[in-house]
Design a protein around this ligand. Structure first.
Ligand code: GLN
Length: 239
């Protein structure tokens, strides 16, 4: 498997890099061969060569810095997404896949328009722990994480990743968190998301294997520590 970590130097808030580490490690524990390529500004990239693409969160400043670079790669990324590339995009990276992000100063940072949503800064930041009910691979699960964003995202009928049980999610208003389109998963949850929610990590690995035409029966791992951590957080947030 080949993993693309997009802009690791600019988009990496609250340990977002841990998502790549978790994806890779859970592949290696199962004897799957996996390598990571880090792609920074101006590095050439062919998205069709990858099995998993990760793009993390960043401040408004960093988002502005990469918007044009990312925009120049939109055709290749769109083709890969339509072909089923597995993508995880967090917070600032999530916002960049939509139509635009309007900053608190009223400046519009262009998004790729790959997914039909938009984001505009609200008058308060949405910060804190989050619990989200989501259906992952046909199984109801509670995802936990941490959010810190000023942008409020509004989906235009797009499927959310899940429903907020605690916290704000996309905008603190409609109870939705994240977005899904084909094999693209977007979320506001740092934490990082995948180490805290191995059910989601394994689902992404299974989707990537499926796309390669490889059997998707993943051998089980001992997740007792991760499960206890997840349950402890759910109990703290939901009682
Ligand atoms: N700049 C964006 C916002 O504040 C994203 C922040 C982030 O990635 N944590 O809405």
């Amino acid at each position: 498997m080949t993993v693309c970590h997009l802009y690791p130097d600019l988009l990496n808030l609250y340990g977002d890099r841990g998502n790549v580490i978790s994806f890779v490690q859970r592949c290696r524990w199962r004897g799957l061969d996996v390598q990571v390529r880090e792609i920074n500004l101006d590095n050439p990239v062919k998205f069709e060569e990858y099995d998993f693409l990760f793009i993390g969160g960043g401040s408004d400043r960093e988002q502005s810095l990469i918007a044009a670079d990312l925009g120049a790669r939109v055709d290749s990324l769109r083709a890969a997404v339509e072909d089923g590339l597995v993508v995880l995009a967090i917070c600032g990276g999530y916002q960049l896949l939509g139509r635009f992000y309007r900053t608190p100063e009223g400046k519009e940072i262009a998004g790729l328009g790959l997914l039909d949503f938009y984001t505009e800064a609200g008058n308060r930041r949405l910060i804190g722990n989050v619990a989200v009910e989501a259906e992952i691979g046909g199984r109801k699960t509670i995802l936990v994480g941490f959010e810190n964003h000023g942008g409020k995202t509004f989906l235009n009928g797009l499927k959310p990743l899940g429903r907020v049980l605690f916290g704000n999610g996309n905008n603190g208003m409609d109870g939705l968190e994240g977005a899904r389109y084909k094999n693209v998963f977007c979320s506001y949850l740092h934490g990082p998301l995948l180490p805290k929610n191995p059910v989601l990590t394994d689902y992404l690995i299974a989707l990537a294997l499926q796309r390669k035409g490889i059997g998707t029966e993943l051998s089980p791992l001992d997740d007792s520590i991760e499960e206890r951590a997840n349950k402890a957080m759910v109990k703290r947030l939901l009682g």
